[in-house]
Design a protein around this ligand. Structure first.
Ligand code: NAD
Length: 498
């Protein structure tokens, strides 16, 4: 049986691709090709952008309350369809069903936040800034915006962007990851079912060629990107060079600092979920545990080793495994290569996920891997592995741990585990990182805060969602008003307030 070719979505309907290029989409649990995703050519890009551009003026002219009604209905549709959406995510990404459902609900929290857009878009007003003169500012949509998303959250990350972009009155062209494209197609169908006007939410499948077209086309006013750091940097530079507003979130190497007074059972539980949940394919996964003092390091490694060996691994939609496969065979080989590099560099390979029985079959499974005695010079410490691999680094003091976090080129998330309020407060205040957890390993900000890293983890002036999302997808206009009730005559000097 040949795998079906997925459609683009444009103008509120499926759009048969014009391109002859396509790529396989896999079920990572079996290795089978389950669909093919079109890789857009110039004709596809033009058709989708034209549909979005045609829809933009009318959508922008609707009242914010009216747009919010569509978002309310979209949320209801997504909730009613959550089993289908979660299965689509698990079947192409490989994360376990409960995690897929969790990602969807976290994404919907951003839609819920965006339902408050009449309040969120309010401008400012100053009465009598000068005699008989008032001043007000307002926010207006940009027009057509491109949203380019990674494979690891095929529902949540698109919703980070869809919520504020659509609510503020923009038309979206979503270019989802080509590795798990089916959930985004379903989201666009649900938007249409919810009464979203044709052309407001479009899905364009593709690879670098499609991204390059979006980064350079004059119709696109802004680009919101989430993905790996090299691509984020490229997107940031290219889109900016073409005069576009751009936010580009990149990769991560999140550290968890474990101080000697931390609660060992609590840290162990937290690290198991944060390092191995979703097979480590989360930008907020913890991939480095920094243990302060050998006593804590020995206890932590001993506690983790048994738990990592006991991880239950299996097909994400069968039973209730803790971990599913990684996304593709290529990615599995890349992770295995990192594990080999770490062992060759002299780190202690406490548990080797390559040896897990599930790792020997046709699916893209790996067991959990635990390294001890990792040093900052090693590539497994420096590079983002994006798999179920946890590196333990031993340091002598809290100050050394902080310096390590700060010296790393990534600065997405960081956590500290301690019973000392003073130590935690000092760490959170001084660390150079965008999102900090105190006894919380994955400190993902809720929808009404904003999400974003520092250093090489983000190339942007605005974070994702929260008020930053509203600001990113709107531009400010400031209006100065005077009514013709008497004139003081022509003035030839700069007006001053006094
Ligand atoms: P990726 O960079 O390979 O792909 C992201 C998007 O860019 C995809 O839509 C892809 O088609 C496109 N793309 C890939 N290569 C390109 C190129 N050369 N030119 C133009 N476009 C290109 O990322 P991924 O592997 O899908 O996702 C995992 C990465 O995303 C990790 O690095 C992870 O840390 C990061 N991530 C970051 C955040 C965050 O908010 N900081 C959130 C989720 C994921």
């Amino acid at each position: 049986m040949t795998a079906p070719l997925l459609p683009h979505v444009a103008g509120g309907a499926h759009l048969a691709p014009a391109t002859a290029r396509s790529a396989p989409v896999y079920d990572p649990a079996t290795g089978a090709v389950t669909a093919r995703v079109p890789l857009a050519d110039a004709t596809d890009v033009r058709r989708v952008l034209d549909d979005a551009a045609a829809a933009a003026p009318a959508w922008a002219e609707r009242s914010a309350s009216d747009r919010a009604q569509v978002l309310f209905r979209f949320r209801e549709r997504c909730l009613a369809d959550q089993d289908t959406l979660a299965h689509l995510i698990s079947a192409e990404h490989g994360k376990v069903l409960a995690d897929a459902r969790g990602e969807l609900l976290r994404g919907l929290e951003v839609i819920e936040f965006a339902c408050g857009i009449p309040h969120l878009m309010k401008g400012e007003f100053s009465d009598q800034v000068s005699r008989g003169i008032d001043m007000h500012s307002l926010r207006q949509p940009l027009g057509v915006v491109a949203c380019i998303t990674p494979f690891n959250f095929p529902a949540m990350v698109p919703m980070w962007m869809l919520g504020p972009a659509l609510a503020t009155g923009n038309c979206v062209v979503l270019k989802p990851s080509e590795r798990d494209p089916s959930c985004p197609v379903r989201l666009a169908e649900l938007w249409t079912e919810a009464g979203g006007p044709p052309g407001t939410f479009n899905v364009l499948h593709g690879d670098k060629a499609a991204v390059d077209a979006l980064l350079t086309d004059p119709v696109v006013q802004a680009v919101s990107f989430v993905g790996s750091t090299p691509v984020a940097q490229y997107v940031h530079e290219t889109a900016a060079r073409h005069g576009k507003r751009v936010q580009a979130m990149g990769g991560a190497k999140n550290h968890c600092v474990v101080l000697p007074d931390a609660d060992l059972a609590m840290v162990t539980d937290a690290l198991m979920g944060a390092a191995y949940g979703s097979a480590g394919e989360r930008c907020m996964a913890i991939s480095v545990a920094v243990a302060v003092g050998d006593a804590m390091a020995d206890a932590l490694v001993a506690a983790l080793a048994d738990r990592v060996r006991a991880l239950t691994i299996g097909a994400p939609t069968v039973g209730d495994p803790m971990m599913g496969p990684v996304v593709t065979a290529d990615h599995k080989a890349r992770i295995a290569g990192h594990i080999a590099d770490g062992a060759a560099a002299g780190a202690t390979l406490v548990v080797d996920g390559r040896a897990h029985p599930m790792a020997q079959g046709a699916g893209f499974f790996l067991g959990g891997t635990l390294f001890d005695h990792v040093t900052p010079a090693m590539s497994i410490y420096q590079e983002e592995i994006f798999g179920p691999v946890l590196c333990v680094v031993r340091v002598g003091s809290a100050e050394e741990a902080l310096a390590l976090c700060d010296a790393h080129r990534y600065g997405n998330g960081v956590a500290v585990f301690t019973r000392s309020g003073g130590a935690a407060r000092d760490f959170a205040h001084r660390v150079r990182c965008g999102m900090v957890g105190i006894n919380v390993a994955i400190p993902v900000p809720l929808a009404f805060y904003s999400f974003g890293g520092w250093k090489a983890s983000a190339f942007a002036d605005h974070n994702q969602h929260g008020m930053d999302g509203v600001r990113f997808f709107t531009r400010v206009k400031t209006v100065t008003t005077r009514w013709p009730e008497g004139t003081a005559g022509a003035s030839f000097t700069m007006p001053v307030l006094r």
